[in-house]
Design a protein around this ligand. Sequence first.
Ligand SMILES: Cc1cc2nc3c(=O)[nH]c(=O)nc-3n(C[C@H](O)[C@H](O)[C@H](O)COP(=O)(O)OP(=O)(O)OC[C@H]3O[C@@H](n4cnc5c(N)ncnc54)[C@H](O)[C@@H]3O)c2cc1C
Length: 348
Amino acid sequence: MTVQAYDVAVLGGGILGCTVALFLGRGGMRVAVVERGSLCREASGRNAGGLAIQVKPAALIPYALKSRELWRTTADWLGAEVGFEVRGGLSFAFDQAEAEMLESRTKARQAAGAPIEIIGPNRAREIEPGFTGTAVLATYCALDSFADSTLTGFAYRNALAHEGVAIAENTAATGIDRDGAAFAINTDGAPIRARRLVLAGGVWLVEMARWLGIDIPIRCAVPSMTVTERMPPIFRAIIGVASGRLSLKQAANGTVLIGGGWQGTGNAQRGGLDVISENLIGNLRLAHHVIPGLAGARVARTWLGLEAHTPDSMPLVGPCPESRMPLSLAVSGVAFLTGLWWAGCWPT
Ligand SMILES: Cc1cc2nc3c(=O)[nH]c(=O)nc-3n(C[C@H](O)[C@H](O)[C@H](O)COP(=O)(O)OP(=O)(O)OC[C@H]3O[C@@H](n4cnc5c(N)ncnc54)[C@H](O)[C@@H]3O)c2cc1C
């Protein structure tokens, strides 16, 4: 079997792997992306597309702002629009304890440069007439936006091909060996040799890193998303709550996307994703509580995805010190929003 040789092999074709590959290819390297399925179809194709600055930890605010700028300008650097829409985001606190939590988090985020306003419920109702409930406090960030994650895979495939990056879809990496000064990547297709390696396997990064003898502490979460049938316009802002258990937006086609990290069951190795009905009901009840106009909304579909979490919620991005090879870069635990900057700008 012919072994293809590259400057860099990127294992995992989610948004992080694709972005690293694109920027390295553009920088003049011969790059291959090895993806077990199709590009951007795991977490990167199942997410809510939320680009909300106000929910990011304070330490990540500067990167969230830079990444949002990349999302806003995908037509320039990715060659396609991916449904970027600015709606402004509101987050609500419903009791005193939540209000204190929301206020102190917001102050830390403001200090880090996030343009978030702390407002009362009346002002929140002016901004979003669809909110007819009662709240103690709210925050508003005019920059909060979303994109359409289902469009990203197509956009990346075109951009990578245009840049001359080799795309091996439906090809699983099965192990990594050392081959002199290079990495030999075993796959269930043709083997690949590369002088540098990027591990961008999302929740599967744990397994990939073990091939190099490295233990990476990633927790696998199984958040669910629900979409309703099309409805008349009910609300316009991106809606959240202080506890972080709700993300709500109505797309231009009338469907309402409901999320907030309510968990299902599933396992990165065994698969078998499944909804936990109590959690689904909890998510829908909370959505209805905040936007009462959702009464009568009919669920069209619920799905789940596997999401990587690092112990301190900070990105895991950088050379692997233990690998003793020229460069092996691991990227994970970075949300859709902030990930673009980390993956696109950090390595170059
Ligand atoms: C339901 C849900 C909602 C979310 N909502 C938001 C949101 O609103 N905003 C936000 O910022 N973030 C959100 N996230 C998080 C965000 O989607 C992820 O942080 C981001 O997409 C991670 O990208 P990734 O490239 O690291 O991982 P992935 O997209 O999971 O990509 C990893 C890739 O590696 C491939 N792979 C694995 N093993 C192998 C192998 N052996 N060989 C080859 N390829 C392999 C997989 O097939 C996969 O395509 C959400 C996540 C989920 C699941």
